[in-house]
Design a protein around this ligand. Structure first.
Ligand SMILES: NC(=O)c1ccc[n+]([C@@H]2O[C@H](COP(=O)([O-])OP(=O)(O)OC[C@H]3O[C@@H](n4cnc5c(N)ncnc54)[C@H](OP(=O)(O)O)[C@@H]3O)[C@@H](O)[C@H]2O)c1
Length: 273
């Protein structure tokens, strides 16, 4: 049997176990994927413990994505981002499939991001992964509530492509000046503030990608649909980052629809429980 898991703190609502176990069942792979609550002070022990136990793969989530890089050989975009969400445990190689998964998501909706102006709202882990994934392909405008954090991300990303900062309290000025809006804040997430991450006035004639996936239809997605904007769901990014992880571990693409259905059923079950 092959062993997989996701490590984070807290971890209780992770959709990754249902998503990967559904694929294992469908493809008759003798493997299991579990969620492990690992406190920051136990991260090193957890990683090397998993290696000693023969684990094949791990996903990594908040708050460990950056800290774990010091124990790993970074591969692909993880080297630029300095954050890892997928580990090949036996080789201790770290990857960032939030970045590659976000690009695959845009491509799956036929969103052409090359040479387009992309407004990224937020400067945390997801914003960082997406900004590095798009750097050099799109022109990036980053905005963030805490200006210093936004400016730091701009400084890091600028090495690889056009990227500027715009103040979060002056977003109205950007009306008509960008093509794709990507929300990388938790605004609209279940249990968080249910408000829009940007002023209504700028949600017009743009593609709207909300990385928030719970609920699937966020306030931003609802507004974008009302305004006839093309929408891209955070749910798809969750699925594609998982699919990219699976491909790293197994060397072939998993069935996307199986993963998507498992996640949708899971989100449905936690929203009614
Ligand atoms: N679809 C997927 O696969 C996927 C995967 C992971 C996460 N996500 C979504 O992405 C969201 C962000 O995750 P993360 O890991 O990047 O989190 P993070 O590192 O904590 O970053 C959060 C970002 O949101 C901003 N923010 C938080 N509260 C805000 C508020 N009240 N008003 C304005 N800005 C606010 C923060 O700004 P400051 O710098 O000012 O604090 C920061 O830029 C999650 O909540 C989740 O819904 C989606």
């Amino acid at each position: 049997m092959l062993y997989f898991g996701v490590i984070g703190h807290p971890i209780s609502h992770s959709a990754s176990p249902v998503m990967h176990n559904a694929v294992f069942r469908t493809l008759n792979i003798d493997a299991i994927y579990l969620a492990f609550d690992v406190k920051p002070e136990s991260l090193r022990e957890a990683l090397f413990g998993a290696k000693a136990l023969g684990f094949k793969g791990l996903n990594v989530t908040i708050p460990h994505k950056e800290e774990i890089t010091k124990y790993l050989k970074l591969r692909g975009l993880a080297e630029r981002i300095r954050a890892v969400n997928t580990v090949d445990v036996q080789s201790l190689e770290g990857y960032n499939t939030d970045a590659t998964g976000a690009l695959r998501t845009l491509e799956s909706y036929n969103v052409d991001y090359k040479d387009k102006v992309v407004l990224i709202v937020g400067a945390g882990g997801v914003a960082r992964a997406i900004a590095f994934a798009l750097a050099g392909k799109s022109t990036l405008i980053i905005t963030n509530r805490t200006e210093s954090r936004g400016l730091k991300l701009v400084e890091d990303v600028r090495v690889y492509g056009d990227c500027v900062f715009h103040p979060y309290d002056r977003l109205e000025e950007l009306r008509g000046k960008f093509d794709i809006l990507i929300n990388c804040t938790p605004l609209g997430m279940r249990g968080f503030e249910s408000r829009l991450p940007v002023p209504e006035s700028i949600v017009e004639n743009v593609v709207v990608f909300d990385t928030v996936y719970n609920p699937i239809e966020t306030p931003l997605i609802k507004l974008a649909k009302k305004r006839d904007c093309k929408v891209v769901y955070g749910l798809d990014m969750l699925v594609y980052q998982g699919a990219e992880a699976f491909k790293i571990w197994f060397g072939f693409d998993p069935p996307i629809e199986v993963m998507k259905k498992a996640v949708m059923d899971f989100l449905q079950s936690i929203s009614t429980s």
